[in-house]
Design a protein around this ligand. Structure first.
Ligand code: KIV
Ligand code: ZN
Length: 517
């Protein structure tokens, strides 16, 4: 085993997807998983199989779709969870069960209502059980950073004796500060023992903005696996950002003296893909992948750059795959150039999906002079990936009429073989259209957020609408795109309604029954 190799454990599809207002369908999760494989992450945490039927199916599908990285599923220390993870991972080429239980006194007393002895026995029982299913078992002590260190050492020793191969020290609530966390990690590793075959790991949350530095400090103190997410998405303020950890290690290898296997030129496209599919924008000043990360504005800086790039640049944009030029496609572009472009952008489409995407691209070329990378991306995300076979409602037709301050809209939706039409008024065309859709679906969906972006600065730009809807505590996102922003907004609403049905089904809720009662 190479002691200088730091394993990158990506939990975008589990902790990242757990973030409020993110819900990805299985097709979208597979796109991200494929890109993570291209990025060469060592481990993909594909979901939490016992959490819902949707998670179970996604972990199964990812296990079948990607073969290179280790695939893991999360499981609490319980028979139901560990068995569900084992079942979801059955076809994985390199399966890992990741089991966890909280170990801090506050969690034991107020959440688990268990004694330390009971927690210890639970670890022994369920780690051994996981080990009877797969050879690769990770154990995490949730809230480790607020756990009494003597108890933590005892827990980890029990996990090793029961067959765990990776031990994870999470800073679950993002409370630790670098110096203290580093000391704790060093002490735990030293006192637990377990030999060189045990891989030590950390999982840092970003509540105080310290997740990356805490992860890097842990590496300096013996950890050889870091759990992180693309763009740092995750519970609350998120997790350590993968791109920042990886580029920190690479750019300052003189300081850290370790390597990862990450193909860093894929960082930018992976970040972009995750941002587009989750609807979580990347701030322009975000380290490594923000649109300003390599932009030099001040005259003095530009002058320095022209003399020698190293005056103001510690990394080359090419190292992270940041685009320098935009290859423009137009109506003369053929199928081959189009496919190459789509694949360069990080998307993997089936033959039929590619055919459909190409014909939509050609239609767009008739409406727009220049088709940009963003236009193609929107087309793929909104017209190909967001469209799942389980679509309940499809937009058939719409019309809107506006006079100052008043609008009316008529909408026709297809539901199976039936076409349902209705109309409503509102204080603008989008408000009226949304009221008409609510009348058709006969549900009181609440609009939680609405945002419209243009893919370029020209007046024929594609507008992309992102919305979030809430019904009975379920929140779903929707996206829609068109050169007409009213149409984009209507498509986004229908997309969110369809996802609401999928989300409810995955959680065993029948919205039709709930509606009737
Ligand atoms: O934050 C946390 O403690 C976790 C564990 C399940 C690893 O996500
Ligand atoms: Zn976490």
């Amino acid at each position: 085993m190479n002691q200088d190799h730091v394993r990158i454990f990506d939990t975008t599809l589990r902790d990242g997807e757990q973030a409020a207002r993110i819900n990805l369908n299985t097709a979208e999760k597979i796109q991200i998983a494929r890109q993570l494989e291209k990025l060469r992450v060592d481990i993909v945490e594909a979901g939490f199989p016992a959490a819902s039927q949707g998670d179970m199916e996604a972990v199964k599908a990812i296990s079948e779709a990607i073969r290179e990285p280790v695939i893991t599923g999360l499981a609490r220390c319980s028979g139901n969870d560990v068995d569900a993870a084992g079942k979801a991972l059955i076809n994985a080429s390199r399966p890992r069960i990741h089991t966890f239980i909280a170990t801090s006194d506050i969690h034991l007393r107020d959440k688990l209502k268990m004694t330390r002895k009971e927690v210890l026995e639970s670890v022994q029982k369920w780690v051994s059980h996981a080990r009877s299913i797969v050879r690769d078992v990770e154990f995490s002590a949730e809230d480790a950073s607020r756990t009494d260190i003597d108890f933590l050492v005892e827990i980890f020793q029990a996990a090793i004796a029961s067959g765990a191969t990776t031990l994870n020290i999470p800073d679950t609530v993002g409370y630790a500060v670098p110096h203290e966390f580093a000391e704790m990690v060093r002490e735990v590793i030293k006192r637990t023992g377990g030999g060189k075959d045990i891989i030590w790991s950390v999982h840092a949350h970003n509540d105080l903005g310290l997740a990356v530095i805490n992860s890097l400090e842990a590496i300096r103190n013996g950890v050889r696996q870091v759990e992180c997410t693309i763009n740092g998405i995750g519970e609350r303020a998120g997790n350590a950002s993968l791109e920042e950890v990886v580029m920190g290690l690479r750019t300052r290898s003189d300081h850290f003296g370790v390597q990862t296997r990450i193909e860093t030129s894929q960082l930018y496209s992976t970040s972009h893909l995750v941002s587009k599919l989750t609807g979580f924008a990347v701030p322009p000043n975000k380290a490594i992948v923000g649109s300003n990360a390599f932009a030099h504005e001040a005259g003095i800086h530009q002058h320095g750059m022209l003399c020698n790039r190293s005056t103001y640049e510690i990394m080359n944009p090419e190292d992270v795959g940041a685009p320098s030029t935009d290859l423009v496609l137009g109506k003369h572009s053929g199928h081959h150039a189009f496919r190459e472009k789509v694949e360069d952008m990080g998307y993997r489409l089936s033959r039929d999906e590619m055919k459909e995407a190409f014909s939509l691209f050609k239609e767009l070329c008739d409406r727009k002079e220049i088709v940009s990378t963003e236009d193609i991306e929107i087309l793929i995300i909104d017209e190909i990936l967001a469209i799942t076979p389980e679509r309940k409602y499809i937009l058939k037709d719409f019309n809107v009429h506006t006079t100052r301050g008043q609008a009316s809209a008529g909408i026709s939706l297809r539901n199976g073989e039936t076409i349902i039409s209705d109309a409503a008024t509102g204080n603008g065309p989008i408000d009226a259209a949304y009221a008409a859709i609510r009348r058709i679906i006969d549900m009181d969906t609440q609009l939680v957020s609405y945002q419209i972006d243009a893919a370029s600065e020209k007046s024929d730009a594609i507008g992309e609408a992102h919305i979030a809807l809430e019904l009975q505590g379920l929140v779903s996102q929707g996206r829609g795109a068109s050169t007409d922003i009213v149409e984009a907004s209507i498509k986004a609403y229908i997309n969110a309604v369809n996802r609401l049905f999928q989300l409810a089904a995955a959680r065993g809720i029948d919205l039709e029954i709930a509606k009737a009662s």
